[in-house]
Structure formats: C-alpha cells, structure tokens
Design a protein around this ligand. Sequence first.
Ligand code: UTP
Length: 231
Amino acid sequence: MNKKTIIISLGGSLIVPEEIDWKFIKKFKALIENQIEKGYKFILITGGGKTARKYIEAAAKVDAIANEDKDWIGIHATRMNAHFIRTIFREHAHPRINTNPHDLEDFYNFKENILVAAGWRPGFSTDYDAVVLAKYLDIKNIINLSNIDYVCDKDPRKFPDCKKIKEISWSGFRKMVGDKWDPGMNAPFDPIASKLAEEENIKVVIMNGKKIGNLENYLDGKKFSGTIIRN
Ligand code: UTP
C-alpha cells in the first residue's frame, strides 16, 4: 500500500513545556496509532522545549558560552526528545533517528509507519529540518504543532487585540516574520524554513497540539482551528 505520509514538527513546548508532559504524549500516541490504522505514515520531528532552555541558562550562569554552543545544547535536547518519542513508538518507529535531513540514504522508503527526526547542526531549527526532509521525500504537507491556536497579525503577548489568521500566503507570512533566523526567536515558523517552504511549494498548517481532537479533525479532513500557510 502506498500510504500517505505527513510530517509533524512536534514543538518542544509540547513535549517539555516545563516538565515532561507525559499525559500529552500519551494522548498524542493514541491519536497517531489510530491514524496509522486509517492508513497514514508519519515523520515526527521533535523540538527541544524547556530542556534546551534550562541547560543553556545553566551553562550561561557558569561561564560565557558561544551561540554555536547554545545551539548544540539545543540540538541535543531535540535528540533526547527524539529518543523519548522513538521509544514510546517502539513498535511502529524506524530504529534510527534522522539527525541530518540532507543524508537520507538509510531513510528513503522507510518501511515502518513512523520515522523520528531531530535537530541537525547549529544555525537552524527543527522547522527548517522539517522542510528539508519534506523537500527530499517529496512531501507537500507539514503540520507544525506548538502551543498557539493561530498565527496572529501581531505578537499576541504584546497585543491582546491581535487578529487571528486562518489562511495566509507564503509571501504574506514572510513579510511578517522577516528573513533572518535568530537563535531563540519566537516566530510561529522559522523565516529560513519559510523561504524554503515557499520555494518548494509546501503547505504548512500551524495548530495547537494540545488540542488533540482538533488535530484529529484536521487529519480526518474535518473542520479545524489553525493557520494554513501556502503559496
Ligand atoms: P527548536 O527551536 O526547533 O525546538 O530547537 P523547539 O523546542 O520546538 O523550539 P520552540 O519551542 O519552537 O522555540 C531548539 C534549539 O536547538 C537548536 C536551536 O538553538 C534551537 O533554538 N537547533 C535545532 C539547531 O541549532 N539546529 C537544528 O537543526 C535544530
């Protein structure tokens, strides 16, 4: 069977918002297993979450640390989370975690229903890694799960009256987020990843992963809450 493959970028804020949110992961696992039965395959890319930030803050209290080293700590946090996710999906997941989206030799045509991927190298984000994987594997759909319901026209923490955006073009979105990636920036989707997604004609849907029923609606082709970004 030629199964439909979806890439999910699983934001670190969902895996480790403060502590490891095993209750969320338990629900997420049930949903993914249910969707596998319906015929989907998944690539799950894990973010770093609080684990990354806690280690970076701790290191910075001990000594001055370079941006590149901050990124490496972040990358290893994404990899720790990837091992966690691969472990809980043991019976469905490819045994190896992809940590280089440009090196897919061992991962093309993976037989399992889940492939887990994590951070690659400094200067990038898992959003970018997700788009690179999509490009090479010719997948046109990415779901970006984080803790926001919609992309807003202004920063919702500063402007509570901001308007939620249900659908936006890549050119419109890129005007909002700019062209530069700063480590630790809080754009709903990384600007460099956005540029590549626009070039590769990839659709990204941003939604709140905590609302598992909403994600299920989307996968089932029903009405859902979230922001669609496409050309
Ligand atoms: P992410 O920024 O992708 O994870 O990686 P996240 O936890 O989902 O982040 P939020 O919640 O959206 O902010 C965590 C950090 O790891 C480094 C970066 O420093 C990034 O901020 N990283 C990740 C890299 O340097 N290269 C990668 O390929 C991936």
